[in-house]
Design a protein around this ligand. Structure first.
Ligand code: CP
Ligand code: NVA
Length: 335
Protein backbone atom coordinates (compact mmCIF):
# COMPACT_ATOMS: atom_id res chain seq x y z
CA UNK A 1 0.00 0.00 0.00
CA UNK A 2 1.04 3.55 -0.55
CA UNK A 3 1.00 5.99 2.36
CA UNK A 4 0.97 8.98 -0.01
CA UNK A 5 -1.98 11.30 0.45
CA UNK A 6 -3.45 9.27 3.28
CA UNK A 7 -4.70 10.79 6.53
CA UNK A 8 -3.54 9.43 9.91
CA UNK A 9 -6.70 9.36 12.03
CA UNK A 10 -6.50 6.07 13.97
CA UNK A 11 -4.34 2.95 13.81
CA UNK A 12 -7.26 0.73 12.82
CA UNK A 13 -6.96 2.34 9.35
CA UNK A 14 -3.43 0.92 8.85
CA UNK A 15 -2.06 -2.60 8.48
CA UNK A 16 0.33 -4.15 10.98
CA UNK A 17 3.12 -3.85 8.41
CA UNK A 18 2.40 -0.16 7.91
CA UNK A 19 2.41 0.58 11.64
CA UNK A 20 5.69 -1.35 12.03
CA UNK A 21 7.14 0.55 9.07
CA UNK A 22 6.32 3.91 10.69
CA UNK A 23 8.07 2.81 13.90
CA UNK A 24 11.20 1.86 11.95
CA UNK A 25 11.06 4.98 9.78
CA UNK A 26 10.88 7.10 12.95
CA UNK A 27 14.01 5.38 14.30
CA UNK A 28 15.73 6.12 10.97
CA UNK A 29 14.70 9.80 11.03
CA UNK A 30 15.99 10.12 14.60
CA UNK A 31 19.40 8.89 13.40
CA UNK A 32 19.36 11.41 10.54
CA UNK A 33 18.58 14.25 12.95
CA UNK A 34 21.28 13.16 15.44
CA UNK A 35 23.81 13.04 12.59
CA UNK A 36 22.74 16.43 11.17
CA UNK A 37 21.72 14.84 7.88
CA UNK A 38 19.01 16.93 6.14
CA UNK A 39 15.66 15.24 5.52
CA UNK A 40 13.51 17.94 3.93
CA UNK A 41 10.72 15.71 2.69
CA UNK A 42 8.07 18.45 3.11
CA UNK A 43 10.10 21.19 1.44
CA UNK A 44 7.90 24.13 0.47
CA UNK A 45 4.79 22.80 2.22
CA UNK A 46 2.56 24.82 4.55
CA UNK A 47 1.13 22.83 7.44
CA UNK A 48 -1.79 23.97 9.64
CA UNK A 49 -1.67 22.96 13.31
CA UNK A 50 -5.18 23.14 14.83
CA UNK A 51 -5.38 22.82 18.60
CA UNK A 52 -8.75 22.96 20.37
CA UNK A 53 -7.13 21.39 23.48
CA UNK A 54 -3.84 22.29 25.19
CA UNK A 55 -0.58 20.62 24.26
CA UNK A 56 3.13 20.79 24.99
CA UNK A 57 4.63 17.70 23.31
CA UNK A 58 2.32 17.33 20.32
CA UNK A 59 2.44 21.00 19.43
CA UNK A 60 6.21 21.24 19.90
CA UNK A 61 6.81 18.00 17.99
CA UNK A 62 4.65 19.00 15.01
CA UNK A 63 6.20 22.47 14.89
CA UNK A 64 9.81 21.28 14.97
CA UNK A 65 9.04 18.30 12.73
CA UNK A 66 7.56 20.51 10.01
CA UNK A 67 10.57 22.86 10.23
CA UNK A 68 13.08 19.99 10.10
CA UNK A 69 11.23 18.57 7.11
CA UNK A 70 11.62 21.90 5.29
CA UNK A 71 8.01 23.07 5.60
CA UNK A 72 6.28 25.98 7.34
CA UNK A 73 4.08 25.26 10.41
CA UNK A 74 1.21 27.61 11.26
CA UNK A 75 -0.36 27.27 14.72
CA UNK A 76 -4.12 27.91 14.79
CA UNK A 77 -5.33 27.76 18.40
CA UNK A 78 -8.88 27.43 19.68
CA UNK A 79 -9.28 31.17 20.19
CA UNK A 80 -7.54 32.19 16.96
CA UNK A 81 -9.94 30.86 14.33
CA UNK A 82 -13.69 30.69 13.68
CA UNK A 83 -13.90 26.88 13.98
CA UNK A 84 -16.72 25.77 16.24
CA UNK A 85 -17.93 29.26 17.17
CA UNK A 86 -18.82 30.73 13.77
CA UNK A 87 -17.77 28.10 11.26
CA UNK A 88 -18.37 24.39 10.87
CA UNK A 89 -15.69 21.72 10.60
CA UNK A 90 -16.67 21.05 6.98
CA UNK A 91 -16.40 24.70 5.90
CA UNK A 92 -13.13 25.10 7.79
CA UNK A 93 -11.79 21.95 6.13
CA UNK A 94 -12.53 23.33 2.65
CA UNK A 95 -10.83 26.64 3.37
CA UNK A 96 -7.74 25.24 5.07
CA UNK A 97 -7.40 22.47 2.50
CA UNK A 98 -7.30 25.06 -0.29
CA UNK A 99 -4.34 26.84 1.33
CA UNK A 100 -2.40 24.27 3.32
CA UNK A 101 -0.70 21.06 2.21
CA UNK A 102 -1.55 19.16 5.40
CA UNK A 103 -3.51 19.69 8.62
CA UNK A 104 -2.89 18.50 12.17
CA UNK A 105 -5.95 18.52 14.44
CA UNK A 106 -6.23 18.07 18.21
CA UNK A 107 -9.72 18.33 19.64
CA UNK A 108 -12.60 16.59 21.29
CA UNK A 109 -14.50 14.51 18.78
CA UNK A 110 -13.13 11.86 16.47
CA UNK A 111 -15.97 12.78 14.09
CA UNK A 112 -14.43 16.24 13.69
CA UNK A 113 -11.03 14.96 12.64
CA UNK A 114 -12.68 12.45 10.30
CA UNK A 115 -14.77 15.29 8.77
CA UNK A 116 -11.67 17.44 8.30
CA UNK A 117 -10.01 14.59 6.45
CA UNK A 118 -13.08 13.89 4.32
CA UNK A 119 -13.52 17.52 3.25
CA UNK A 120 -10.09 19.17 3.09
CA UNK A 121 -8.53 17.23 0.22
CA UNK A 122 -5.18 17.08 2.05
CA UNK A 123 -3.74 14.65 4.60
CA UNK A 124 -5.03 15.21 8.15
CA UNK A 125 -3.12 13.95 11.19
CA UNK A 126 -4.95 13.26 14.45
CA UNK A 127 -3.04 14.98 17.26
CA UNK A 128 -5.47 13.49 19.89
CA UNK A 129 -9.22 13.22 20.25
CA UNK A 130 -11.34 11.92 23.11
CA UNK A 131 -11.15 8.47 21.45
CA UNK A 132 -7.67 8.05 19.97
CA UNK A 133 -4.09 9.33 20.19
CA UNK A 134 -2.45 7.58 17.21
CA UNK A 135 0.72 9.68 16.80
CA UNK A 136 1.58 8.90 20.43
CA UNK A 137 1.55 5.19 19.56
CA UNK A 138 4.35 5.44 17.04
CA UNK A 139 6.53 7.24 19.62
CA UNK A 140 5.65 4.73 22.34
CA UNK A 141 6.41 1.60 20.35
CA UNK A 142 9.49 3.28 18.87
CA UNK A 143 10.74 3.83 22.43
CA UNK A 144 9.98 0.23 23.35
CA UNK A 145 11.82 -1.02 20.26
CA UNK A 146 14.83 1.19 21.03
CA UNK A 147 15.04 -0.27 24.53
CA UNK A 148 14.12 -3.94 23.95
CA UNK A 149 15.43 -4.27 20.37
CA UNK A 150 12.16 -5.81 19.13
CA UNK A 151 8.44 -5.75 19.86
CA UNK A 152 6.76 -9.09 19.25
CA UNK A 153 5.90 -11.06 22.39
CA UNK A 154 6.50 -8.23 24.86
CA UNK A 155 3.81 -7.45 27.44
CA UNK A 156 2.62 -3.92 28.15
CA UNK A 157 0.42 -3.37 31.21
CA UNK A 158 -1.57 -0.15 31.38
CA UNK A 159 -3.08 0.84 34.73
CA UNK A 160 -5.62 3.60 35.29
CA UNK A 161 -8.47 5.06 33.24
CA UNK A 162 -9.20 2.19 30.90
CA UNK A 163 -11.66 3.93 28.63
CA UNK A 164 -9.66 6.93 27.53
CA UNK A 165 -7.84 7.70 24.28
CA UNK A 166 -4.59 6.15 25.54
CA UNK A 167 -6.07 2.81 26.64
CA UNK A 168 -7.97 2.55 23.35
CA UNK A 169 -4.90 3.37 21.30
CA UNK A 170 -2.57 1.03 23.20
CA UNK A 171 -4.92 -1.93 22.71
CA UNK A 172 -5.04 -1.43 18.95
CA UNK A 173 -1.36 -0.55 18.53
CA UNK A 174 -0.26 -3.54 20.63
CA UNK A 175 -2.58 -5.82 18.68
CA UNK A 176 -1.12 -4.56 15.38
CA UNK A 177 2.47 -5.00 16.53
CA UNK A 178 2.16 -8.32 18.36
CA UNK A 179 2.62 -6.79 21.82
CA UNK A 180 0.38 -8.24 24.57
CA UNK A 181 -1.70 -5.49 26.19
CA UNK A 182 -3.33 -5.68 29.62
CA UNK A 183 -5.66 -2.94 30.78
CA UNK A 184 -6.02 -2.94 34.57
CA UNK A 185 -8.81 -0.74 35.84
CA UNK A 186 -11.82 -0.66 38.08
CA UNK A 187 -14.87 -2.23 36.38
CA UNK A 188 -16.61 1.11 35.71
CA UNK A 189 -13.54 2.46 33.89
CA UNK A 190 -12.75 -0.57 31.76
CA UNK A 191 -12.64 -0.19 27.97
CA UNK A 192 -15.64 -0.17 25.66
CA UNK A 193 -16.20 -3.83 24.68
CA UNK A 194 -16.48 -2.75 21.02
CA UNK A 195 -12.92 -1.41 21.06
CA UNK A 196 -11.65 -4.51 22.88
CA UNK A 197 -13.35 -6.65 20.22
CA UNK A 198 -11.80 -4.62 17.39
CA UNK A 199 -8.36 -5.00 18.96
CA UNK A 200 -8.94 -8.72 19.46
CA UNK A 201 -9.77 -9.21 15.77
CA UNK A 202 -6.44 -7.58 14.88
CA UNK A 203 -4.63 -9.59 17.58
CA UNK A 204 -5.75 -12.88 16.00
CA UNK A 205 -3.35 -12.16 13.13
CA UNK A 206 -0.33 -11.16 15.23
CA UNK A 207 -0.74 -13.45 18.25
CA UNK A 208 -0.99 -10.55 20.71
CA UNK A 209 -3.09 -11.22 23.80
CA UNK A 210 -5.47 -8.48 25.00
CA UNK A 211 -6.47 -8.81 28.67
CA UNK A 212 -8.86 -6.68 30.71
CA UNK A 213 -8.72 -7.05 34.50
CA UNK A 214 -9.46 -5.26 37.74
CA UNK A 215 -6.54 -6.94 39.57
CA UNK A 216 -3.49 -4.64 39.51
CA UNK A 217 -1.10 -7.08 41.19
CA UNK A 218 -1.85 -10.03 38.91
CA UNK A 219 -1.73 -7.64 35.94
CA UNK A 220 1.78 -6.30 36.53
CA UNK A 221 3.51 -9.66 37.19
CA UNK A 222 4.34 -10.53 33.56
CA UNK A 223 4.93 -6.92 32.46
CA UNK A 224 7.89 -5.74 30.39
CA UNK A 225 6.41 -2.27 30.14
CA UNK A 226 4.31 -0.56 32.81
CA UNK A 227 2.23 2.30 31.42
CA UNK A 228 -0.10 4.84 32.96
CA UNK A 229 -1.83 8.08 32.01
CA UNK A 230 -3.64 10.83 33.89
CA UNK A 231 -6.84 9.73 35.63
CA UNK A 232 -8.65 12.84 34.40
CA UNK A 233 -8.27 13.61 30.71
CA UNK A 234 -8.63 17.00 29.06
CA UNK A 235 -12.26 18.06 29.18
CA UNK A 236 -13.06 16.02 32.34
CA UNK A 237 -11.55 18.38 34.91
CA UNK A 238 -14.60 18.12 37.21
CA UNK A 239 -13.90 14.43 37.84
CA UNK A 240 -10.80 14.48 40.10
CA UNK A 241 -12.58 13.32 43.26
CA UNK A 242 -14.46 10.50 41.53
CA UNK A 243 -11.34 9.22 39.74
CA UNK A 244 -9.10 9.40 42.81
CA UNK A 245 -11.62 7.27 44.69
CA UNK A 246 -11.93 4.79 41.84
CA UNK A 247 -8.30 4.50 40.79
CA UNK A 248 -6.02 4.91 43.83
CA UNK A 249 -5.43 1.13 43.96
CA UNK A 250 -4.14 1.34 40.37
CA UNK A 251 -1.51 3.96 41.23
CA UNK A 252 1.92 2.99 39.86
CA UNK A 253 4.07 2.93 43.01
CA UNK A 254 7.04 0.97 44.33
CA UNK A 255 4.84 -1.50 46.24
CA UNK A 256 2.98 -2.44 43.09
CA UNK A 257 6.13 -2.61 40.98
CA UNK A 258 7.70 -5.05 43.47
CA UNK A 259 5.40 -7.66 41.86
CA UNK A 260 6.86 -7.22 38.34
CA UNK A 261 8.91 -10.33 37.54
CA UNK A 262 11.13 -8.94 34.74
CA UNK A 263 14.03 -7.06 36.43
CA UNK A 264 14.54 -5.10 33.18
CA UNK A 265 11.00 -3.70 32.94
CA UNK A 266 10.49 -0.06 31.99
CA UNK A 267 7.90 2.57 32.91
CA UNK A 268 6.26 4.81 30.31
CA UNK A 269 3.79 7.71 30.54
CA UNK A 270 2.54 9.82 27.63
CA UNK A 271 2.74 12.90 29.90
CA UNK A 272 1.84 15.31 31.41
CA UNK A 273 1.90 13.40 34.74
CA UNK A 274 0.70 14.14 38.26
CA UNK A 275 3.68 12.82 40.24
CA UNK A 276 4.11 15.74 42.65
CA UNK A 277 2.50 19.03 43.65
CA UNK A 278 4.40 21.25 41.20
CA UNK A 279 1.23 21.97 39.19
CA UNK A 280 -1.96 23.90 39.88
CA UNK A 281 -4.08 20.75 39.73
CA UNK A 282 -1.52 18.87 41.85
CA UNK A 283 -1.77 21.55 44.53
CA UNK A 284 -5.56 21.61 44.40
CA UNK A 285 -5.77 17.83 44.77
CA UNK A 286 -3.29 17.87 47.68
CA UNK A 287 -5.27 20.62 49.44
CA UNK A 288 -8.70 19.05 48.86
CA UNK A 289 -8.03 15.30 49.13
CA UNK A 290 -4.62 15.01 50.81
CA UNK A 291 -2.88 13.17 47.94
CA UNK A 292 0.42 14.60 46.66
CA UNK A 293 0.74 12.06 43.84
CA UNK A 294 -1.88 10.54 41.57
CA UNK A 295 -1.38 7.97 38.79
CA UNK A 296 2.37 7.56 39.49
CA UNK A 297 4.52 8.28 42.52
CA UNK A 298 7.48 10.62 42.25
CA UNK A 299 9.76 7.75 43.31
CA UNK A 300 8.74 5.73 40.24
CA UNK A 301 8.75 8.78 37.95
CA UNK A 302 12.37 9.57 38.89
CA UNK A 303 13.63 5.95 38.77
CA UNK A 304 16.18 4.78 36.17
CA UNK A 305 13.62 2.45 34.58
CA UNK A 306 11.28 5.40 33.90
CA UNK A 307 11.75 6.30 30.23
CA UNK A 308 9.03 8.91 29.76
CA UNK A 309 11.40 11.65 28.60
CA UNK A 310 13.00 9.45 25.93
CA UNK A 311 9.41 8.67 24.94
CA UNK A 312 8.55 12.41 24.85
CA UNK A 313 11.50 13.20 22.57
CA UNK A 314 10.38 10.42 20.27
CA UNK A 315 7.15 12.30 19.60
CA UNK A 316 9.26 14.51 17.32
CA UNK A 317 10.80 11.71 15.28
CA UNK A 318 7.60 9.71 15.01
CA UNK A 319 5.44 12.65 13.95
CA UNK A 320 8.06 13.38 11.32
CA UNK A 321 7.80 9.80 10.06
CA UNK A 322 3.99 10.03 9.88
CA UNK A 323 3.99 13.35 7.98
CA UNK A 324 6.83 12.36 5.64
CA UNK A 325 5.30 8.98 4.78
CA UNK A 326 1.85 10.41 4.07
CA UNK A 327 2.76 13.74 2.49
CA UNK A 328 6.48 13.80 1.75
CA UNK A 329 8.46 13.75 -1.45
CA UNK A 330 10.00 10.38 -0.84
CA UNK A 331 9.82 6.77 -1.89
CA UNK A 332 8.05 4.46 0.57
CA UNK A 333 8.56 0.80 -0.26
CA UNK A 334 5.55 -1.53 -0.44
CA UNK A 335 5.05 -2.84 3.07
N1 CP B 1 1.52 13.25 25.27
C1 CP B 1 0.96 14.37 24.78
O1 CP B 1 0.16 14.32 23.84
O2 CP B 1 1.37 15.52 25.36
P1 CP B 1 0.75 16.95 25.10
O3 CP B 1 -0.67 16.93 25.62
O4 CP B 1 1.63 17.90 25.87
O5 CP B 1 0.77 17.22 23.62
N1 NVA C 1 -5.68 10.94 28.23
C1 NVA C 1 -4.98 12.20 28.19
C2 NVA C 1 -3.80 12.11 27.27
C3 NVA C 1 -2.92 13.31 27.24
C4 NVA C 1 -1.77 13.17 26.29
C5 NVA C 1 -5.91 13.31 27.77
O1 NVA C 1 -6.69 13.10 26.82
O2 NVA C 1 -5.88 14.38 28.38
Amino acid sequence: MNFQGKSFLKLLDFTSQEVAYLVDFAIHLKALKKNHIPHEYLKGQNIALLFEKSSTRTRAAFTVAVSDLGGHPEYLGANDIQLGKKESVVDTAKVLGSMFDGIEYRGFSQEAVEALAANSGVPVWNGLTDDWHPTQMIADFMTIKEIFGQLKGLTLVYLGDGRNNMANSLMVAGAKLGVNITIASTPSLQPDPKIVAAAQVVAEDTGAVITITDDPIAAVKPADIIYTDVWVSMGEEDKFEERINLLMSYQVNADLLAHVENPDFIFLHCLPAFHDTETQYGQKVAAQYGYTEMEVTDEVFQAPYAKQFQQAENRLHSIKAIMAATNGNLFCPEV
